[in-house]
Design a protein around this ligand. Structure first.
Ligand code: ATP
Length: 254
C-alpha cells in the first residue's frame, strides 16, 4: 500500500535528569496499520507513548496527527481529535463496576481523575447512547455477563479486554495500546490478538507497546525497535526477525 502516515514526528526528545529517555529523529505511523513499538527495558517505549498521547511533554520536537500539528496538546484534546489510549486498571477503577468503567471511557480520557459519582453530570443527557454503546462493546469483548461486577474481580486477560473496550467508547480513529498482552494467559492472548486485528479490519490505526517480539510478530504490519531512546530498526516483522544483529542486540533470545 502507498505510504499514508497518520502520525509524522521529528526531533522528539525527552530527558529525565541526564538520561535521554526519548531521542527520536523521525517516526511515521501508517494509517490503518498495526504498528508494534518494541525494545528492551528502559528503551523509552513508554515515554514515547506518553508523549504521543499527550500524557507527557517533550523537551523539543514536533509531530502531527491526521495532518494537524498536535505536539503539546493534552490527552483530552488528543482523544477529541480521535486518538485514544488504554489505561491499566488502577485501584480506583477496580472499585468501579465494569459498566461504569465503560461509561467513564465516554468522558474522553479524563479517566481516573473523575469520580464515579460525577458521571451523570458528565454525560450531559447522552446516558442512553453511552449505555447502549457500552453494552454493545461489552458484548463484542465477551464481557457483557460481567457488566455489574467490580472490575477488580476480572481475570488478567479480562482486564485487558476491558481496557481495550473502554478505549473504544469515543469511536477513535487511532488506538494506542499500553502492553495489551501483559500478564495474560495463552488462551486469552489469542483472543486479544484477534481483537487487535479486528480494530484494524474496521479501519482503525493501532500502535502498541510490547516487550515480546514473538508475541506480536503475527499481527503487526510494522515493527519499530527502540533502544536507549532511539529507533534502532524498523520494518515488517519478518525483516526484523531475520536481522540477526538487531535480534541479538535488542530483542534477546526466546
Ligand atoms: P519498559 O519496557 O521497562 O517499560 P520502556 O522502554 O518503556 O521500558 P521508559 O519507561 O520509557 O522505557 O524509560 C526510558 C528511560 O527513562 C529509562 O531510563 C527510565 O528510567 C527513564 N524514565 C522514564 N520515566 C521517568 C521519570 N518519570 N523520571 C525519571 N526517569 C524516567
Amino acid at each position: 500500500p502507498k505510504p499514508d502516515p497518520i502520525i509524522v514526528a521529528s526531533g522528539v526528545r525527552r530527558t529525565f535528569g541526564g538520561i535521554h529517555a526519548v531521542d527520536v529523529e523521525h517516526l511515521e505511523v501508517q494509517r490503518g496499520a498495526i504498528t508494534a513499538l518494541i525494545g528492551p527495558n528502559g528503551a523509552g517505549k513508554t515515554t514515547l507513548f506518553n508523549l504521543l498521547t499527550g500524557f507527557d511533554r517533550a523537551d523539543v520536537g514536533e509531530w502531527s496527527f491526521e495532518g494537524q500539528p498536535v505536539h503539546g496538546r493534552t490527552a483530552a484534546r488528543m482523544a477529541a481529535a480521535g486518538m485514544v489510549r488504554t489505561f491499566q486498571l488502577t485501584k480506583a477503577l477496580s472499585r468501579m463496576t465494569v459498566i461504569d468503567n465503560m461509561r467513564l471511557g465516554a468522558t474522553a480520557q479524563r479517566g481516573e481523575n473523575v469520580l464515579a459519582s460525577l458521571l451523570p453530570t458528565l454525560w450531559r443527557g447522552q446516558e442512553a447512547d453511552i449505555t447502549a454503546r457500552a453494552y454493545e462493546l461489552l458484548e463484542r469483548f465477551k464481557l457483557d455477563t460481567k457488566a455489574d461486577d467490580f472490575a477488580g474481580s476480572l481475570s488478567g486477560g479480562q482486564r485487558k479486554l476491558l481496557e481495550m473496550a473502554r478505549a473504544l467508547m469515543t469511536r477513535p480513529t487511532m488506538v494506542m495500546l499500553d502492553e495489551p498482552m501483559a500478564g495474560v494467559n495463552p488462551a486469552l492472548t489469542q483472543s486479544l490478538l484477534g481483537h487487535i486485528q479486528g480494530l484494524r479490519d474496521e479501519g482503525m490505526t493501532v500502535l502498541f507497546v510490547e516487550h515480546d517480539m514473538h508475541m506480536v510478530r503475527h499481527i503487526s504490519d510494522w515493527v519499530v525497535v527502540m533502544a536507549e531512546g532511539r529507533i534502532v530498526a524498523e520494518g515488517p516483522p519478518e525483516t526484523i526477525m531475520q536481522d540477526q544483529a538487531v535480534v541479538d542486540a535488542y530483542l534477546g533470545a526466546h
